[in-house]
Design a protein around this ligand. Sequence first.
Ligand code: NAP
Length: 358
Amino acid sequence: MTLENINMARENKKFVLAQRPKTHVVPGETFRLEKEPVPTANDLKDGQVLLEVLYLSLDPAMRGWLNDVRSYLPPVQIGETMRGGTLSRVIASKSPKIKEGEIVNAFIGWTEYKIVSDKEIEKLEIPEGGHITDLLGVLGLTGLTAYFGLDKIGKPKAGETVVVSGAAGATGSVVGQIAKLRGCRVVGIAGSEEKCAWLKEELGFDVALNYKSGNFKKEFAEATPDYIDVYWDNVGGEILEMALDRAQKHSRFVMCGAISGYNESGKETKGIRNLFHVVAQRIHMEGFIVFDFLPEYPRARKEIGEWLAEGKLKRKETIVKGGIEKAEYAIKDLFEGKNIGKLLLEVKSPNEVRGARL
Ligand SMILES: NC(=O)c1ccc[n+]([C@@H]2O[C@H](COP(=O)([O-])OP(=O)(O)OC[C@H]3O[C@@H](n4cnc5c(N)ncnc54)[C@H](OP(=O)(O)O)[C@@H]3O)[C@@H](O)[C@H]2O)c1
C-alpha cells in the first residue's frame, strides 16, 4: 500500500445537510461531502464499537426528513450527518456483546465510519437461504412495514381483493406476496412493463397494471370488478383518488406513504378530491409508522425468515455501486422509479473488507 492509499483509508467521508431542498434533492447543493480522520480503536470507550459501513438503505422517507416540519421524527438539521439505516461491519470493539468482524444493522447515516454504543446496533440472524443485504430489505424496515401494515390495518381475508400501489418496490412487493399467502386476489400497480412482468410472472400477483399506460384508468376499473377490500397506499395523489372511487363498503385503506407528493413544496401539494368516499363507503383509513411495532419485530422476522427459507417469499434488490459519493444521486433513483425491489447503495463491497466473515 502506498502512503497515499493509507492516508485515503484514514479519511472518513460523510454527507451533511447543506440546504433544505424546495423540491427535488439537488446533488452538489442539498448535501455537502465532508472529510475527517477515521476514528481508531484507541478512541473507543467501554461499551462502544467502531463501525465501517457496507450498505446504505435508500428510502423515500429521507426526502421528508429534510423538511423543517413537524413529523414522526425531527428534521435533519443543517450541518448534521444525513440520517439513514446501514448494514455495517464492526472493525473494533470494546463491547463484551459484539466481536470484531460481526455484521450489524445501525442507523448511523451517510457516513463511512462511526463509533457508536453497542445499544445503538442490532445483531440479526440471517435465515437459511438469506443474504446479508436482506437485513436492510425484506428482514429490515421495508419488510416489517409490509408485514405489520397489512396484518394490523389491512386485515385481509381469503378471497378479498387487495390493491397495492408502488407494488414493485421494497415494501409493495412484500405486501402483495403476503396478501397472496393470506389467500387474497392481488392487483399491483407499478411504473413499467418490466416491473409488471416481474410482479405477475415471478411474484404471482393476479394482475399488474402499469400506471403510466394510457389505458390505466380503464384497466384499473376492469381489474377491480368487485371493488377493493384492502388498498395499500404507497403513493397518494391520483392513484389514491382512483382507489377511493373503487372502494368496497367497509374496506381498509392502509396509509403507508405518499411518494408522489414528497418532492412538492407544501402549498403546491394537491389535495385528495374525493375523500367523501370514506364516509359513504365507511372506509377504515389508517396511517402507521413501522416503529409502532418495534416490540414485535422478532416475531415478524421469524415468520418472514421462514417464508424466505421455504421459497414462499421472493425479493429483489437494486444495488448502486460507487461508494458513499453516490448517495446523493442514488436517492433520486427512488423518485424516478429506477429500482425494482429494495434500493441499496454499496458503500464498500463486503468482499473488499479485511477479515470479513460472510
Ligand atoms: N409508514 C412507514 O412506516 C413506512 C416505512 C417504509 C416505507 N414507507 C413508505 O412506503 C413507500 C414505499 O417505500 P419503499 O422504501 O418501499 O420504496 P420503493 O417502493 O422501493 O421505491 C419507491 C418507488 O415509488 C415509485 N414512485 C416514485 N414516484 C412515484 C410517483 N410519483 N407515483 C407513483 N409511484 C412513484 C417508484 O416505482 P414506479 O416505477 O412504480 O413509479 C419507486 O420505485 C413510500 O411511500 C415510503 O415513504 C412507509
